[in-house]
Design a protein around this ligand. Structure first.
Ligand code: NAD
Length: 277
């Protein structure tokens, strides 16, 4: 089994971003809006900010109390939409319940939508047009390319249908000419679909769901899941120990898909900056 080293590929992407920035006349700028005090969100946002600093990208974190009004958030986004020094805007999810996520995500200028969650970018992805695409699934495609995993004509199963990972993942694989099946919480006999798959991408949020008996020998298994066990250990949606002798390629957790997400976010910000300026 070959480990798919997401950390290494993420470093390569960040090096490309750094090289790009060095040659750009306008320095790309990323604004992250963080609402409330969700501890995981704080960690993610700090990590994004630090990575920006490392590669020479301008980064601004705008923190708002959990009781901020929807109107205030929309005014803030409009201000960032207008700013010439900001080329990427990210609203850290999840949002407090009183805020309408759909309305807020739609308020971001689609050309600065570096998370790829705006309806226009979602529609472009659906129609196979060039777009800012969601970071995690975009990172998965890059990882597969780096390891020369054949996607054209491959049977790919995506487990999970969220707007953040599962659905865009399926469309990106389709864009690579894979034959894609989406499995979800209501799918019967998921293992039967997985057993025929050359590529499985698990994005569920259930610890160690995917077992060796689910997968085809030699298959490429990508684990997007991040789950914490009671003993504090971080595991994915794939039972790594069980699958490691049967899979052909497998991502570890941590160190697999996780590091790619931030790297692609910065790559998207460079892309947005080049398009806007
Ligand atoms: P989500 O909760 O929005 O979606 C989970 C999906 O799994 C749903 O579409 C649901 O239909 C499906 N599902 C639920 N139970 C199932 C079951 N028993 N069998 C099959 N499918 C089932 O989650 P998400 O935002 O898509 O995230 C999924 C996982 O990926 C989580 O563990 C999350 O922490 C992780 N994640 C990682 C990164 C990263 O950077 N590595 C980024 C985003 C999400």
């Amino acid at each position: 089994m070959q480990l798919l080293d997401g950390k290494k590929v993420a470093e390569k992407i960040l090096q490309e971003v750094q090289n790009d920035i060095a040659t750009m006349e306008v320095k790309p700028g990323l604004a992250v809006i963080l609402i409330g005090d969700d501890p995981a969100s704080q960690v993610y946002v700090n990590r994004k900010h630090k990575t920006c600093q490392k590669v020479g990208m301008y980064s601004e974190v705008i923190r708002k109390n959990a009781n901020v009004t929807q109107e205030e958030v929309l005014v803030l986004i409009e201000d960032l939409n207008q700013r010439k020094d900001i080329h990427g805007i990210l609203v850290q999810l999840p949002l407090p319940k009183h805020l309408d996520e759909e309305v807020i995500l739609r308020a971001v200028d689609e050309n600065k939508d570096v998370d790829g969650f705006h309806l226009i970018n979602t529609g472009k992805l659906f129609r196979g047009q060039d777009a800012l695409t969601p970071c995690t699934p975009t990172g998965v495609i890059r990882l597969l390319k780096e390891y020369d995993i054949n996607m054209q004509g491959a049977n790919a199963v995506v487990i999970g249908r969220s707007n953040i990972v599962g659905k865009p993942m399926a469309h990106l694989l389709l864009g690579q000419n894979a034959t894609v099946t989406i499995c979800h919480s209501k799918t019967k006999d998921i293992e039967k679909f997985c057993q025929k798959a050359d590529i499985v991408v698990a994005a569920v949020g259930i610890a160690q769901l995917v077992k060796a008996s689910w997968i085809k020998p030699g298959a490429c298994i990508v684990d997007v899941g991040i789950n914490r066990l009671n003993d504090g250990k971080l595991v994915g949606d794939v039972d790594f120990e069980d699958c490691k002798t049967k899979a052909g390629y497998l991502t570890p957790v941590p160190g697999g898909v996780g590091p790619l997400t931030i790297a692609v976010l910065l790559q998207n910000t460079v892309k947005a900056c080049k398009k806007i300026t």
